[in-house]
Design a protein around this ligand. Sequence first.
Ligand code: HSE
Length: 377
Amino acid sequence: MKIAILGMGKIGSGVYEFVSNNPNLEVKRTLDLKVWMDNMTTDIDDIVNDPEIEAVVETMGGLEPARTYALKCLNAKKHYITANKLLVSEAMKELKDAADKSGAAFLFSASCGGGIPVLKCLHDQALSDDIVEFGGILNGTTNYMLDRIETDSMTYEDALKEAQSLGYAEADPTSDVDGLDAQRKLILGLAVGFGAYVKGEDIPVNGIRNIRPIDIAYFKEKGVSPRLIASCKKDGEAISADVCVHLFKSNASESAIKKNVNYAYYVGKQSGHFSFSGQGAGKYPTAANVISDLMRIISGAKHMLPNGLKDVSEIASGEYRYYVRISEEKAFLIESFAETALHKDDWAIIETKPINHKTLLNTLNATGESFFARMHK
Ligand code: HSE
């Protein structure tokens, strides 16, 4: 099958290398911002109008022009494979419609979990069982940072710089540290697993931006490890979903996930719990997931999204206990939720009674530097 690759950065060049060694595939054109190799173009129409190109791989990232290119390719009956979670989380419905109309395939395994095959397994599992949970450690950058901060007492700033230099972070790392990258991957899992389309604005999210040495010292004393978790559950028609730091005891699977490794799980109502861990980012793992989508298309695969995606905006929120660090002067805001409180430097450190994530988020939003994390029993 002759293909084109849009975006010849790290992942795109990994796909190119894999294709060079695959007798079933051939790269006919590539597209980038400037022409710097043979058969490269800057004009998408050179690809859209080439009848020999059957499939297009997009590894550019960003919403535009990726969305416009995807629609052009799908409308021209070209199979579309993308590693772009922002694109899929924002535009999956129109892309699926375009694919369904033209008969082209639309697959995006590498958009969640990098090299981990969680989305395609989730898709397969959803064909035979009712999926009731999905989630995990879906962002490598923040896991790398939390591990370095916790294990090696590195500062937040140095850990972020290191994660960026290793190529784990997004171009704008605020989407990693604020939990938005994990939230986008959760949106893909909600769609593939539950058949629900949930917008980012409806999923409560708080990331690791405000974590400080005082929090880490408290966690070490309590024997718990912080991990950024994106998770969703289905209970009948009710769906809950959120992204926040959870505190795990040392015997939990999540505590053993170090560096940039991802850990993803799903639960089938009848088939039970499945989990995957592996490289959630990086050139070759992500490129391998793209190649496997291409090979599945050759075998006849068409899509990963169920028909009739349902818009869901009512997201339920369970009640959990939280660790909260808040300035002494603002501590009165959550006094009524406090179960225990201690005071250190100018901070109040509070363990709350069971409380709703959204309520806590709304209460703390006004307090700048505060940090919170969900406690497990
Ligand atoms: N920035 C992302 C991460 C890259 O750290 O997980 C892979 O999606």
